[in-house]
Ligand binder design. Sequence first.
Ligand SMILES: [Zn+2]
Length: 223
Amino acid sequence: MVLIDQIIRSRRKTIAIMVSREGQVIVRAPLRAREDLIRKLVQEKEAWIRQQLDYVRAAYPRYTPKQFAPGEQFYYLGLLYPLHIVPVSRPALRFEGVFYLAQSAQPRARKAFERWYRAEAVRLFTLRTAQLAALHGFQYQHIRVTAARTRWGSCSSRGTLSFSWRLVMAPTQVIDYVILHELAHTRIPNHSRQYWSLVQSIAPDYKALRNWLKINGHLLSLE
Ligand SMILES: [Zn+2]
């Protein structure tokens, strides 16, 4: 038997089953679909669901919730660095190839890390977007940093580019891909074939980088 983790009801007309990368079985169903019918359908699809679960478990690295304990590792630009708890640090969290966190700040370590990643994101995205725009002849208005978990970047019709601070944990090639993806939207706002050929012309290995985010995106977290 397969257990359903979540039923999401909406105005849709059909029932769809999906397996999330965390290995949860999620069913999207019409508002009035009877629950026994949903469960029956899920059992009928058991073989397919098991296959998806096996695939997800093999393909996606496991995320371990953060404890902010000494020695624990944190991503920065795609590499892991250990956390050291020290009696005094100013600012409370600083990075010197090792993350140093003041003992007194340990109870609010998550906030301290988020603040650090955000500041890095503002610095890095401002710098790198300007460089890549100049290199490839793109124009944009502003940079914004968001806390989005899966929407890594976006581009408004007015040319404001938004990027999630979580991307600072990803390798620089992945960061560059997301920046180029959004810069390309300043010229072509949709995901048409022309758009992807523009992306391909400036980032020939974009498919591998996009895939990296699909497989590892859930690791870029502080939860
Ligand atoms: Zn896009």
